[in-house]
Design a binder for this molecule. Structure first.
Ligand SMILES: *[C@@H]1O[C@H](CO)[C@@H](O)[C@H](O)[C@H]1NC(C)=O
Ligand SMILES: *[C@@H]1O[C@H](CO)[C@@H](O)[C@H](O)[C@H]1NC(C)=O
Ligand SMILES: *[C@@H]1O[C@H](CO)[C@@H](O)[C@H](O)[C@H]1NC(C)=O
Ligand SMILES: *[C@@H]1O[C@H](CO)[C@@H](O)[C@H](O)[C@H]1NC(C)=O
Ligand SMILES: *[C@@H]1O[C@H](CO)[C@@H](O)[C@H](O)[C@H]1NC(C)=O
Ligand SMILES: *[C@@H]1O[C@H](CO)[C@@H](O)[C@H](O)[C@H]1NC(C)=O
Ligand SMILES: *[C@@H]1O[C@H](CO)[C@@H](O)[C@H](O)[C@H]1NC(C)=O
Ligand SMILES: *[C@@H]1O[C@H](CO)[C@@H](O)[C@H](O)[C@H]1NC(C)=O
Length: 470
């Protein structure tokens, strides 16, 4: 501020009708002028607020040590009080909740190294040594839960400190669905792989900033197996009591940013750990054997005529030496039965649906054949591709998807979204004997070639015959 602008402000201010305001104007103006004057003399701006300045002056009469202890305590108290909590869910970004800094902890940026997982760690260089603190107990609206950063010496009033490592997860979908849940876990496993296999002491789960306290059973088992310990979910008990974390790692982009190599490493580890957890031998299965598994669903997206479908695959399997066919229902298999089944599966035949997530537990380079009901190709959006992505990320081969051309009739045109929600979403799947037969024959043939060429393997960097990487 220059002297001229000060005087201009003084004039505007004095024009105010209230006498008390005029006096205030004068006082402020004199103060500002003094500051400018002292600045000119010392060439140093006075940065301390006047009250603190006076306070520190008074302290000069005290003996040195008491003075500085008193001063530090005072400043620490001020620091504690100045910790500012912001809403976890920032509604300003609700039109692009997943982009860049996202709408979750939107004031903070991820550590982004090309090809690596995007994450935030606290304390870190970028947090200037500050810890992450969370507050709030809301399970329905994430804008009523809060976050803040605080130095360990000056945690906010009423805060408690949680020791050890805490994983804080943001999931845009949910933790109950096998696929969406697994996607949210992948970045944590990737982080652990790069950080001496460090195990979390506890988890904090958020969906849209809302607290969640459990994950689906399959996912819970995967995480228990991967980290070799039960998963603990932090409960926030009192909305006035923040919780700060000695060390916290935050993920909000799932596997976004990770290269295919990095993703495959994660699934190698998960697969290896799951087999280990289920006491399943890590040794090779017989070289001449080819396992083909029909993993069935019940209800929506199940096959309308299962026996017809089974017969087709049985026939094709019989024509290939060493081929063994298994028919299973994911709904009545325990976790370890699923792990065991996938270890024996080279070609997985299954309708689109969460049970397909099991594909990551097969040996690398195994094959997947997927089936979708009528209407999905046009109306289901990119969501229908998740298992194609999952197949690629985990080092498997997606051998294509069959879209049923027939099915229930929708009263609207077949590009109308209403058809998806009312009819196609829960549609069931028919069959085409010629197509299924030729398809199965071709996939089995290619697989046999690969097996002969010895490229279907259990040996890879993050899980080998002698144990898992972590
Ligand atoms: C600083 O010390 C003085 C005298 O010892 C005491 O009266 C005052 O309350 C202290 N201030 C703080 C903030 O502790
Ligand atoms: C980002 O991560 C890399 C690799 O872990 C690390 O070397 C770097 O210090 C991190 N950067 C920040 C700002 O935390
Ligand atoms: C600390 O907790 C108490 C009791 O829950 C509450 O009344 C008080 O407002 C809290 N103080 C702050 C600064 O949140
Ligand atoms: C695996 O074996 C160990 C020791 O023999 C046993 O304690 C554990 O319950 C077994 N786990 C499963 C899933 O069978
Ligand atoms: C299923 O398909 C078989 C073989 O094509 C047929 O014989 C049978 O009637 C069908 N069952 C139903 C319930 O449609
Ligand atoms: C598994 O579930 C399917 C479909 O619900 C059922 O037909 C089958 O009998 C069940 N198998 C066992 C062993 O319970
Ligand atoms: C079944 O598949 C075959 C081979 O792709 C195709 O020629 C035939 O038109 C299909 N049949 C029906 C009824 O869609
Ligand atoms: C999978 O197949 C590719 C090429 O077909 C091969 O280069 C790779 O080594 C195989 N991976 C494993 C784990 O066997």
């Amino acid at each position: 501020m220059t002297k001229r602008s000060v005087s201009r402000n003084l004039v505007t201010c004095l024009a105010s009708p209230k006498f008390s305001l005029n006096v205030l104007c004068l006082v402020v103006t004199v103060f500002v002028l003094l500051q400018i004057w002292s600045f000119h003399i010392t060439q140093q701006p006075i940065l301390l607020p006047p009250s603190l300045f006076t306070y520190l002056k008074e302290q000069q009469q005290e003996p040195e040590q008491i003075k500085s202890e008193n001063e530090t305590a005072y400043l620490v108290e001020k620091l504690r009080e100045s910790v500012t909590f912001l809403p976890l869910k920032d509604l300003r970004f609700s039109n692009k909740p997943l982009e860049g800094h996202t709408w979750f902890m939107s004031s903070l940026y991820d550590n982004q190294t090309k090809g690596e997982v995007q994450y935030q760690e606290f304390p870190s260089e970028s947090s200037k040594g500050r810890l992450l603190c969370l507050k709030g107990v809301d399970e329905h609206d994430g804008s009523w839960n809060y976050y803040a950063l605080a130095w360990p010496q000056a945690l906010p009033v009423n805060a408690s400190l949680q020791e050890g490592l805490t994983f804080v997860s943001y999931n845009h979908y949910d933790y109950g669905n096998m696929w969406h849940g697994l996607s949210a876990m992948v970045p944590f496993v990737a982080w652990s792989l790069r950080h001496q296999c460090e195990n979390p002491q506890r988890w904090v789960l958020y969906h849209w900033g809302e607290l969640r306290f459990k994950m689906g059973n399959w996912l819970n088992e995967i995480i228990t197996a991967t980290y070799g310990q039960n998963t603990e979910f932090l409960r926030f008990r009192d909305k006035n009591r923040p919780v700060c974390f000695e060390k916290a790692v935050v993920m909000r982009h799932n596997e976004g940013g990770m290269s295919r190599e990095r993703r495959m490493e994660v699934f190698d580890l998960i697969r290896c750990k799951a087999r280990h957890y289920c006491n399943i031998s890590l040794s090779e299965t017989s070289k001449s054997r080819i396992g083909m598994t029909l993993l069935m669903r019940t209800g929506p997206r199940s096959f309308k005529n299962e026996s017809a479908v089974i017969d087709i695959f049985k026939r094709e399997c019989k024509n290939v030496e060493g081929c063994e066919l298994k028919v299973s229902y994911s709904n009545n298999l325990t976790f370890c039965e699923q792990v065991e089944l996938m270890r024996m599966t080279d070609v997985l035949v299954s309708p689109h649906g969460a049970q397909l997530t099991n594909l990551v537990l097969m040996d690398r380079n195994s094959s997947v054949m997927e089936f979708l009901p009528k209407g999905w190709r046009k109306l289901a959006g990119v969501g229908q591709l998740v298992y194609q992505w999952g197949t690629r990320w985990s080092g498997m081969r997606h051998e294509g998807s069959w879209h049923d051309p027939d099915g229930e009739i929708c009263q609207f045109p077949d590009t109308d979204r209403r058809c998806m929600s009312s009819v196609y979403k829960n549609g069931r799947i028919g069959y085409n004997e010629t197509y299924f037969g030729e398809w199965a024959k071709s996939v089995l043939g290619k697989f046999k070639e690969r097996k002969m060429a010895n490229v279907v393997g259990r040996k890879h960097s993050y899980g080998s015959l002698d144990g898992c990487w972590c």
